[in-house]
Design a protein around this ligand. Structure first.
Ligand SMILES: [Zn+2]
Length: 716
């Protein structure tokens, strides 16, 4: 029998993924929930006839000051500039958190990160207590659709709630990559998916969200933008996105939909591009990463007056503004933290809030909170900062010393803002924290409580991220070295970092991941154990340890660690997947199948689990079921010659010969010297009475694989 799993990739807990996303992409996955519990939804959607369409466009990682309409000269963005001309441009829109998932959660729910609990990637998925604007539109009769372009907005986080259609289908093989943060779909594919859905669903008013990811690092625009923007490829990605938006807008115009559609375009956060020593985003909350574009092109006959203001506006104001422009009244309005952007709403808060907990939850350093007014930007940190962006747009002169009174007022306002909008009853932290540690988390405004920051860390004053910039950049450097396969260099960096700061759990975790990639299983196990000593509740380290133990043949220990990981985080679908694999090796097909089913219930787009499920069904000779599972894996984008060969066998054994033919041909397109696929294809041709084609395949089988010659000759 042909072996499968040879392409199984270990070390899937991507390192960069961990760093960029501050972990648990993989950890807390949850099936798409399609209805919130916060309010009863009408059982029959109300009619929405005569209402405008709403198109929400979020462009990831887009600095406001890198668009033509915001005064930048080095990029061509004619489409976005035209939207700004035909609509309203908000010069000072501020993102509430410079991280993709939490920022989008704030945009779609109209709530602050510390209110909804999605503050970083160590948080659980969006609580059912929060409605999304999509639910409101859905319940008022709108067709609701979304196309997202990055794995980090995958449906398991709860943002798919309320969307009739949520396209987060990325190549299934992406799950086999180390770095999930790099799993993305280019703008052309996402625009195609959007127009395909819109073409089917514009008979009634629609609410559609398009998320584009291209400006996110790495900056590598397609031609001709790569050549045109050599040396500033980030701008090239922006120009490319603009060119794709031109296709979308052109389509809307051709379909006669443009005029009746309110288009809201914004970004989730900016990009530091080296300012303040930060390369990308998430670590600090300077304007380089929190100042974002916000443009609203109203439907032509919109009676609503948009309130354009020089004062800072928040991205949490977008959701209330969307409902106002649609004239919808919905229970979600009770949850909003902002009155919106329309003139009659009063233009929202005069100061904009932002935060980042990334330095805290990943490294145990202080979180940052900020408040920005028309004149000042105050950043609360162990060493607070105060800037005057109008005269100092690069925020390079800290005026705190001379402006203590201003800073004091803003600090008080910041604390009031947090108190006013924090949830009445915060969730109880799990794990091993004592009361003092929990009190400290609450005082910090941290609602997630899942960060693997240890009690020991919480018992000391937290370091200012500014003072940790060298360490942070060394960690990023080590990550790049690991990605490039320069393991010695990475190990030297990590060893030095551990000597300087032995309390950072992420360092042994990274070393464990690196050891996994080098197949040093005993060393990997030791590193993961070191990590768990510092962060006893870190389920990803448990899953990593289980993999390392399993590789050494210590299956029983591995299962125990998987069980502990699942106890800590029942949504860890990778743990269920690993469990299934071990059970299969122990000849427990029923248990293995149950584990894979659990993995798929949590993460329904996890192609490798469909593949393995299909192979289990194949081994039990359930060819029809196996065909369904393997086909699903293929439909999700898994591209493996063995997968298509087995799929062909399943189709052949269930007498679906044309389908079998197609599958074998796909296997051979991927691996032209695949002897078994040639042989199998020959058999199908023979059954279809195509003797010449059959003989050709038998000969090819023999050429490709000597041990198939006897078999092939017998058929010829
Ligand atoms: Zn982002």
């Amino acid at each position: 029998m042909i072996r499968h799993r040879q392409s199984r990739t270990r070390g899937w807990l991507g390192l960069l993924c961990f760093l960029l996303l501050a972990a648990p992409l993989l950890a807390k996955q949850r099936p798409a929930a399609h209805s919130g519990r916060s309010s009863p939804a009408p059982s029959h959607p109300a009619r929405a006839q005569g209402h405008d369409n709403i198109l929400l466009i979020t462009i990831d990682t887009l600095r406001a000051d890198h668009l033509g309409c915001y005064g930048y000269k080095a990029v061509r963005t004619p489409t976005i500039d035209t939207l700004a001309r035909e609509g309203v441009l908000f010069p000072m829109a501020i993102s509430q958190v410079p991280l993709t998932l939490p920022s989008h959660a704030a945009i779609l729910t109209g709530t602050y990160p510390f209110h909804n609990g999605l503050q970083d990637f160590t948080a659980p998925p969006l609580s059912d207590n929060f409605r999304t604007v999509a639910q409101a539109f859905h319940d008022h009769g709108y067709a609701t659709g979304a196309v997202v372009s990055s794995f980090v907005l995958d449906r398991s986080w709860g943002l798919a709630r309320g969307f009739d259609y949520y396209d987060d289908h990325f190549a299934g093989s992406s799950y086999l990559k180390n770095n999930l943060a790099l799993v993305e779909r280019r703008a052309d594919g996402s625009v195609n998916a959007s127009t395909a859905w819109l073409a089917q669903h514009h008979a009634r008013p629609f609410f559609f969200w398009l998320h584009l990811y291209d400006p996110h690092s790495p900056y590598h625009p397609p031609e001709p933008f790569l050549t045109q923007y050599r040396g500033h490829e980030y701008d090239g990605e922006i120009a490319y996105v603009d060119s794709q938006l031109a296709r979308l807008i052109g389509w809307l115009k051709r379909e006669g939909l443009y005029q009746g559609t309110t288009i809201v375009l914004l970004s989730d956060h900016g990009e530091s591009l080296g300012e303040h020593g930060e390369k990308e985003h998430g670590f600090f909350i300077y304007n380089s990463t929190v100042h974002v574009p916000l443009i609203i092109k109203p439907a032509t006959d919109s009676r609503r007056k948009w309130h354009s203001t020089e004062a800072p506006v928040e991205t949490v104001a977008v959701a209330p503004a969307l409902l106002q422009t649609a004239g919808i009244s919905d229970p979600i309005q009770k949850q909003f933290d902002s009155p919106g952007l329309l003139a009659e709403a009063g233009g929202g808060a005069p100061a904009a809030y932002s935060e980042t907990f990334y330095p805290f939850s990943s490294f145990g350093w202080s979180p940052l909170h900020g408040l920005e007014t028309e004149k000042y930007h105050y950043i609360d940190a162990p060493k607070a900062e105060l800037y005057s962006p109008p005269g100092d747009p690069g925020e390079s002169h800290n005026e705190l010393a001379g402006q203590g009174a201003v800073a004091g007022v803003l600090k008080a306002e910041l604390q009031k803002r947090i108190q006013e909008h924090a949830p009445a009853a915060a969730p109880q932290p799990g794990g091993s924290l004592d009361e003092a540690a929990v009190a400290k988390l609450r005082a910090l405004g941290y609602m997630a409580y899942r960060a693997p920051v240890s009690q020991e860390t919480l018992s000391h004053p937290l370091s200012d991220p500014k003072d940790k910039l060298n360490e942070f950049n060394s960690i990023l450097h080590a990550t790049d070295a690991i990605d490039a396969g320069h393991f010695q260099e990475a190990d030297a960096l990590l060893t030095q970092l551990r000597r300087d700061d032995p309390g950072m759990y992420i360092l042994p975790f990274m070393q464990g991941e690196m050891a996994v990639r080098q197949r040093q299983d005993a060393a990997a196990a030791q590193y993961f154990q070191d990590c768990l000593k510092l962060a006893p509740n870190f389920d990803q380290a448990m899953t990593g340890l289980a993999g390392a133990l399993q590789a050494q043949g210590k299956s029983e220990e591995a299962i125990q660690w998987l069980q502990r990981a699942l106890q800590r985080n029942p949504q860890n679908f990778r743990a269920w997947y690993e469990m299934g694999w071990i059970q299969e090796r122990f000849q427990q097909p029923a248990e293995a199948q149950a584990s894979l089913q659990k993995a798929l219930a949590i993460q329904p787009t996890f192609a490798p689990a469909y593949r393995d499920m299909g192979m289990l069904q194949f081994q039990q000779q359930n060819y029809a079921e196996a065909a369904g599972s393997l086909q699903k894996a293929a439909d999700l984008g898994l591209v493996e010659p063995t997968l298509f060969n087995f799929l062909g066998i399943c189709y052949s054994r269930t007498n679906r010969l044309p389908a079998a033919l197609r599958s074998y041909k796909k296997a051979l397109a991927l691996k032209p010297d695949y002897g078994e696929a040639h042989l199998n294809l020959g058999l199908v041709y023979e059954r279809m009475n195509q003797a010449t084609a059959a003989r050709r395949e038998y000969a090819a089988a023999c050429r490709a694989q000597k041990d198939l010659c006897a078999l092939a000759k017998r058929r010829e």
